[in-house]
Design a protein around this ligand. Structure first.
Ligand code: IDP
Ligand code: MG
Length: 153
């Protein structure tokens, strides 16, 4: 499997509860490379661009948009082999009742809307969502010093 980039959002509940450092550390220590990062309060149009394609019309859509635009979020672009699936595993199941202990949602959330993190779910959505949150020049290429150990072949 080739190297992938994916979008993560630490949702307003994660920022407001002071969990940003704890959450970013989990991706970093797994070996994922941070290639973009910003604190931003999403305009309504941006939140809709992110979620409308898959969720408009669902019963929770308006609540989700109101929640995600109400306060700042942290957007992360991370890179690594199998990064898309890896991040979703680290995040845990959408519903915190089902999320395994040890995952971010399993450890930090109780509510399916306020579930702390978002992550892209496919290569197509990762490219689309990264393009919504980051300009090309906001994504950086550099080496981690542990890459030879993280990826032995
Ligand atoms: P995901 O974030 O695990 O990919 P999605 O199904 O894409 O889950 O849903 C997007 C977001 O919408 C979820 O993270 C959650 O905040 C919210 N959401 C999903 N399903 C429900 C629900 O049944 N009730 C309320 N909010 C939901
Ligand atoms: Mg999703």
């Amino acid at each position: 499997m080739e190297t992938e980039q994916t979008l993560i959002l630490i949702k307003p509940d994660g920022v407001q509860r002071g969990l940003v450092g704890e959450i970013v550390a989990r991706y970093e220590r797994k070996g994922l490379k941070l290639v973009g990062m910003k604190l931003v309060q999403l305009p309504l149009t941006t939140a809709e661009a992110l979620y409308a394609v898959h969720h408009r019309g669902k019963p929770f859509y308006e609540t989700l948009i109101r929640f995600i635009t109400a306060a700042p979020i942290v957007a992360l672009a991370v890179e690594g082999r199998n990064a898309i699936e890896l991040v979703r595993t680290l995040n845990g199941a959408t519903n915190p009742l089902a999320a395994q202990p040890g995952s971010i949602r399993g450890d930090f959330s109780l509510n399916v809307t306020h579930n702390v993190v978002h992550a892209s779910d496919s290569p197509e959505n990762a490219q689309r969502e990264l393009g919504i949150l980051f300009a090309p020049q906001e994504l950086y290429a550099y080496q981690r010093i542990d890459e030879a150990v993280l990826y032995p072949q």
